[in-house]
Design a binder for this molecule. Structure first.
Ligand SMILES: [Cu+2]
Length: 124
């Protein structure tokens, strides 16, 4: 029984994922979803915006695009990491489970200012 429930959850989550990606009406339909989307751009050597305010318990999807080259996106304290490549949109879903300030940073070496390429997620 427990296994059946686990499978059902996987199917449900997978189904939602497919539905979110399958979008015959373009951008507008995607934004009709109730979940908040925060757009983030990465370029040498900054993220814009470099501070993102979130509310505890409210899920958001970050849509990250690179304006120049390969970058990374890592939030060590939340166990999140992703690649950010030019011409692609990287989606990172966050459900903040505690208040605080969480640093995110680039973890793909991108040049002389790479060490300073960071920002903060502020959860209230
Ligand atoms: Cu970098």
């Amino acid at each position: 029984m427990r296994r059946a429930i686990a499978v059902a959850v996987v199917v449900l989550v997978g189904g939602v994922g497919v539905a979110a990606r399958w979008n015959p009406f373009g951008r507008g339909a995607a934004q009709a979803s109730t979940e908040t989307v925060v757009h983030l751009t990465a370029k040498k050597f900054e993220y814009v915006p470099n501070e993102i305010a979130l509310k505890k318990g409210v899920p958001v999807t970050l849509e990250i695009t690179s304006l120049d080259r390969d970058h990374g996106f890592k939030i060590p304290e939340l166990g999140i990491r992703a690649d950010v490549k030019p011409g692609e949109t990287t989606r990172v879903r966050i459900v903040p489970d505690r208040a605080g300030r969480f640093e995110f940073r680039c973890d793909v070496f991108c040049g002389s200012g790479h060490e300073d390429m960071s920002g903060e997620i502020v959860v209230e």
